[in-house]
Design a binder for this molecule. Sequence first.
Ligand SMILES: Nc1ncnc2c1ncn2[C@@H]1O[C@H](COP(=O)(O)OP(=O)(O)O)[C@@H](O)[C@H]1O
Ligand SMILES: [Mg+2]
Length: 436
Amino acid sequence: MSMSFNGYFNGRRIILDERKLSNEYVPVKLPHRRTQIEETLSILQDVYRGQKKILRTVIYSGPSGTGKTAVARSIGKEIKEKSDQGKMPPILVSYINAHEYRTKFQVLRKLGNDSGLDIPRRGFSSEELTQYVLNFIDRRGNNLIIILDEADIIAKLGDGNDLLYVFSRLNEILPEIRMGVGLIVIFRQLEESLEYLDKAVVSSLSARVVRFDPYTSSQLEDILWSRIQADKAIKEEAVSEEIISMIADTVGYVPETKTGLGDARISLKILYYAALKAEEEGKDVILPEHVRYVMNKGVLPSYIDEEMIEKLSLHEKLILLAVTELLLAEKEKAYVNMGTVVLQYEDVCNRFGEKPLKYTRVWETVQMLKKLGFIDARIGRSTYRGKTTLISIPNASENSEVGINRIPLSVLEKILRDSISRELNARQRGEKPPQE
Ligand SMILES: Nc1ncnc2c1ncn2[C@@H]1O[C@H](COP(=O)(O)OP(=O)(O)O)[C@@H](O)[C@H]1O
Ligand SMILES: [Mg+2]
C-alpha cells in the first residue's frame, strides 16, 4: 500500500488520524457483526420504510467492547443518510447515551433537541414534554429511531420504567400520534437490569434480543487490521502481523476456557498507546517492547475512560477530583472518609472559583457516582460518633499507580482537571449553560 498523504502532512511517524482511534468514531467496516446488523435491519425495516403506527424494539446485550454502540450508530448513520438522500422516507435518528441523559425528562429533552426543538430546562412536566416533543416530530411527518445506549443506568436509577412505558404504550398515551417508532435499547448486563424493570413494560415492548459475544483473538485481529487498512487510522507499514497478534492474543476471548476479555475497545487502546509510545521514542514502527510497556504500565482502560468522564456533570467531576487527590496524597490509604472528601471538595471548588454544593447534595452526588461505578462507597465501622461513609475508587488500592478502572490516579487527576477547565471555559464563552 502506498503511503497516505496524511502521513506526510500531520508530521507524525505512525498515527495518521487520532480521532479514528477514539470511542466516538464510527468505523467504515464492522467485521464479525454481520448477523447483528442484518437482524437489526430486518426488525426495523417497517420503521425506516415509513410505516406508521408501529413500534419495533431491539435489545442489544453484551459485555463492554463487543461493538454494541458501534453497530447501532453505524446502522443509524446509514438509515439517516439514505433518508437524507431521499432514498427512504423522512426519519429522525436520535442517539441518546443514558450516562449523560439519565432521567426520562433529560432523555426527552435530548430527543427534542435532536429534532430541532429548543427546550427550556424548566417549565415543562415530563408528561407535557413527552407530548410536545413527540407531537413535533410526528407533525413533520417523520418516523423515529431512538438508540438508547447504556440503558443499564436508566433502568437502575428508576426512570427506565417510565420511559419505556411511554414508548410501549404510545398509541394509548398519545392516540393522535401516527409516527412509526424503532427502538434500539443497549444493555451491558441485560439480566441484572431487567430486574429493575416492570415485567409488564418489558413484555409489551416485545423486543427481540440480539447478543454480542466477546471477540476471539482472530476476530480482534481482523478488527485491528480493519482500523489500520480500511479506516487508515495508523500507517500500515508501522505495524507488523506480530504486533497485531500480540495484542489480539492478550485481549481475545477463549471460548474453551471462558477466559479473556474479548473487548475491542481495549485492544484498540493498546494499539493506540503503543503507537504513542513508539512515536515518543522517535520510532517509525511499533515494536513488541512498546506493546509490553503499555500492558505492564497497567494503562489498559476499562469501560470507564475519558469519554465517560466527559459526560459527568461539573460537580460530579469536582467531587471525583477531590477523591482522586486525596487517594494520591494518602498513598497508604485505600479509603478516605466522607468528611475529608467534603473538605477537599470545597477546596477544589475554591480553586476553580465554583460555589460548592450543600452537604446533602454532595452526599447524593457521591451515591450517584457509586451507582455509575466510578467510586466505591461503603459504610465504615461505627465509632463513638456514629457510622461514617468510606469512599474509594475501584482498583485503586495496593498498586498506587493503578487507579480508577486501571487508569492511574495521576492520569485520572489530569483528565478531570482538563475536563473541568474546558467546561468552565465553555460556560464563560456562553456555550454551555450553568448546571443547576
Ligand atoms: N466489529 C467491529 N469492527 C470494528 N470496530 C469495532 C468492532 N466492534 C467494536 N469495535 C470498536 O471497538 C470499540 C468499542 O466498541 P463499542 O461499540 O463501543 O463497544 P460496546 O458498545 O459494546 O461497549 C469502538 O471503538 C468500536 O468502534
Ligand atoms: Mg457502548
